[in-house]
Write a protein that binds this ligand. Structure first.
Ligand code: SF4
Length: 687
């Protein structure tokens, strides 16, 4: 029996894998753990299917002159790859080689990938798919608190909350065991869910559980500014806390003066009285939390929206107060650790800034290199992908743990960009849609075949353990990076062992915001609670901000933000919001292979309101064409009164011509470079 955690989302539910003797190598059982209390969702229960999948890659693939991918030997493939990488750098410069990482990689792999990019490839062009996920929440937290840890408190703290304001997150579908932590507030009638859809989470508010606010997509910032307006106008804010622990109040007060609830109601569609009641209930509560998710963050104003949520929490004196707080719900399995160890364009391990001379010197000493050879900051994901094959852009790209031709915004342009590359290399364990486009595919280890660590949505570092032998022919990414580093004559040492890479990562993180220096695999194996920062001798930091925030003056910053102008929908053009289904995870590379999960929604569905459907001649189960300037697709109509009549919903797990990201906007947030995933205007018509 092997104790490990789920391969999918950031809740990282604990599970035990037992050799089964059946068609699958192991059986899965939920294991008691604070975040999941023994529970798993459908995805976790069926995760062993991934280990027996016949589509598993077991040999490198190289595209031949016939245009097809052919099996190849490791040595010849890595020789070829190293030669092509050298040639690209020699002809076009180091920055012509790009690296694209993923929020599902273990901490060890994310760390090694960042190091490989900087000192083996000498490129600044590295970023990762967390840019599409957590970047706005991270930018807001860094701005307000001086540090970014998704939940700065253990998840179980929510259990006793009187009021929880949950904005833009459908945990009922995305991470069902999380719902148990909302039940306390629900029982007190204090659950407030903000979502344009009456999602499974919003339905928890029925029957006295709380309040569901259903704003027009993309107007969350206005809603938050109106809540702040009420809190200030009615003097509901915590004056002692604001005076002692924050700065910036005067500017914030001035910035919200014009957002009285009646005005906000005309934009958001949320009644003014509801806005007042929610503000008052948050202020009245002895114990209150404000939580945000991608629904409010994946916008061009996502950083400002998350900032406004933090402003509201600070005014109410929540962050760092016992039984209260603000947090953001990380989505990808290692979405937290993945943004700490150096695969982000502007970052070195330990959540250090790559532009900070002291950080460069510290990390260079750990790597055994001169700080001057570490490149400067790179460019964020959308820009990196769009630069492919263009003058001054990347000409070769290594992709690890990401399926960008499904998950990137305005995905037709990303597919075209990848087509312009001289060399696309994908490391994956299945032939994802991105791997299908590659010149070279490298088969790597998955979840239950590898050792390592993950950091969950609470900033708690967890052990991932090997339960089964990988197929002969698949290799760890640590081995691949070490073999390439040797062929590229890279400086430094390149361990193949996760335990040693973790020790190096810990040294590199020492003294940084995300300090893992007191941790090791051996210590984690004792079962300790390991919330970072965890310097040597520490017992971990389950709760941040109890005494001070991470800015030099110890105060949190209240930041005045402005709402953007909105292009309203019309009878002809509707809002499109995208999101997840209960049974699918991200681009679906894994979950679309599990028959039990696929059977629930074998084809792309579009949710729309019955009145909207009637107006467009659309019937339940009928085919619907959804289009805008960027592209179009066809989906099966699912009529529901749970969605606003001016809005349609598409899940984003489907590939090819069914990819919702054919329609999404690649405009980005000026602070975080987060694309506008959660709002686009579309035309719908019956096919
Ligand atoms: Fe838990 Fe998330 Fe895995 Fe579901 S997908 S079992 S919620 S970790």
């Amino acid at each position: 029996m092997t104790d490990t955690h789920c391969p999918y989302c950031a809740l990282q539910c604990a599970m035990t894998l037992t050799p089964s003797g059946g068609p699958l190598p192991v059986s899965v059982a939920g294991r008691d753990f604070p975040t999941n209390r023994g529970g798993l969702c459908k995805k976790g229960w069926s995760s062993a299917e991934l280990l027996g999948d016949r589509g598993r890659l077991t040999t490198p693939l190289v595209r031949g002159v016939d245009g097809e991918l052919h099996s190849a030997e490791w040595d010849e493939t890595l020789d070829l790859l190293a030669a092509r990488l050298r040639q690209t750098a020699d002809e076009h410069g180091h920055d012509a080689v790009g690296v694209f990482g993923g929020g599902g990689l273990t901490n060890e792999k994310a760390y090694q990938l960042g190091k490989f990019a900087r000192i083996a490839l000498r490129t600044s062009r590295i970023d990762y798919n967390g840019r599409f996920c957590m970047s706005s929440a991270a930018a807001a937290a860094n701005r307000a608190f001086g540090i970014d840890r998704g939940l700065p408190f253990p998840l179980t703290d929510l259990d006793t909350a009187e009021t929880i304001l949950l904005l833009g997150s459908n945990v009922g579908d995305t991470m069902p065991p999380f719902v148990s932590h909302l039940q306390g507030a629900r029982a007190r009638g204090g659950l407030v869910v903000v979502d344009p859809r009456r999602s499974s989470t919003a339905r928890l508010c029925a029957d006295g559980g709380g309040t569901h606010l259903q704003p027009v997509p993309g107007t969350d910032l206005v809603l938050l500014l109106a809540l702040i307006h009420v809190v200030i106008a009615e003097r509901l804010y915590d004056r002692d806390y604001v005076a002692a622990r924050t700065s910036g109040f005067a500017a914030l007060r001035g910035s919200v003066s014009s957002w009285w609830p009646e005005r906000a109601a005309t934009i958001t569609g949320v009644p003014a009285q509801s806005i007042r009641e929610v503000a008052r209930s948050l202020a009245r509560a002895e114990s209150a939390y404000i939580l945000t998710g991608r629904g409010v963050e994946q916008h061009v104003d996502g950083t400002d929206t998350a900032t406004a949520a933090i402003d509201l929490a600070l005014l109410l004196g929540l962050p760092g107060a016992p039984g209260s707080g603000y947090g953001t719900l990380t989505g990808q399995g290692n979405g937290q650790g993945g943004r700490e160890h150096g695969q982000k364009a502007d970052q070195l391990p330990g959540y250090r800034k790559i532009t900070d001379p002291a950080a460069r010197a510290h990390v260079a000493a750990v790597w055994g290199v001169d700080p001057d050879i570490i490149p400067g900051a790179g460019i964020p994901a959308v820009e990196l992908l769009q630069s492919a094959g263009l003058p001054g852009g990347i000409r070769a790209l290594l992709v690890h743990g990401s399926n960008v031709v499904v998950s990137a915004p305005n995905v037709a342009t990303v597919r075209a960009a990848l087509d312009r590359l001289d060399l696309l290399v994908v490391s994956d364990f299945f032939l994802s849609e991105t791997a299908q486009m590659a010149d070279i595919v490298l088969p790597v280890l998955q979840w239950a075949e590898e050792e390592g660590t993950m950091t969950n949505l609470e900033g708690r570092v967890l052990r991932r353990r090997r339960a089964v032998d990988p197929p002969a022919g698949a290799r760890s990414e640590l081995w691949i990076l070490a073999e390439l580093a040797r062929r590229l004559d890279a400086p430094g040492t390149w361990s193949l062992e996760p335990i040693e890479v973790f020790d190096e990562l810990a040294r590199a993180s020492a003294g940084g915001p995300a300090d893992y220096s007191g941790l090791s695999h051996a210590l984690l194996d004792t079962g300790i609670e390991a919330h970072w920062p965890f310097p040597p001798g520490s017992l971990g930091t389950p709760r941040l901000f109890t005494d001070r925030f991470a800015h030099p003056d110890g105060r949190a910053l209240l930041v005045a933000v402005r709402a953007r102008e909105h292009e309203p929908p019309t009878a002809e053009r509707l809002h499109l919001v995208t999101g997840r289904l209960l049974e699918q995870y991200q681009s679906g590379t894994q979950t679309r292979r599990v028959p039990e999960l696929v059977s629930l929604h074998p084809a792309l569905i579009v949710q729309l309101h019955p009145a909207t459907a009637r107006r467009h001649g659309i019937e339940e189960g009928g085919e619907v064409r959804i289009e805008n300037d960027r592209g179009g697709l066809t989906a099966i109509a699912e009529l529901t009164g749970d969605i606003r009549p001016d809005t349609v919903f598409l899940p984003f797990h489907y590939p090819g011509t069914a990819s919702a990201n054919l329609l999404t906007d690649d405009s980005v947030d000026p602070h975080s470079a987060m694309p506008e995933f959660k709002r686009a205007l579309v035309h719908v018509s019956a096919v």
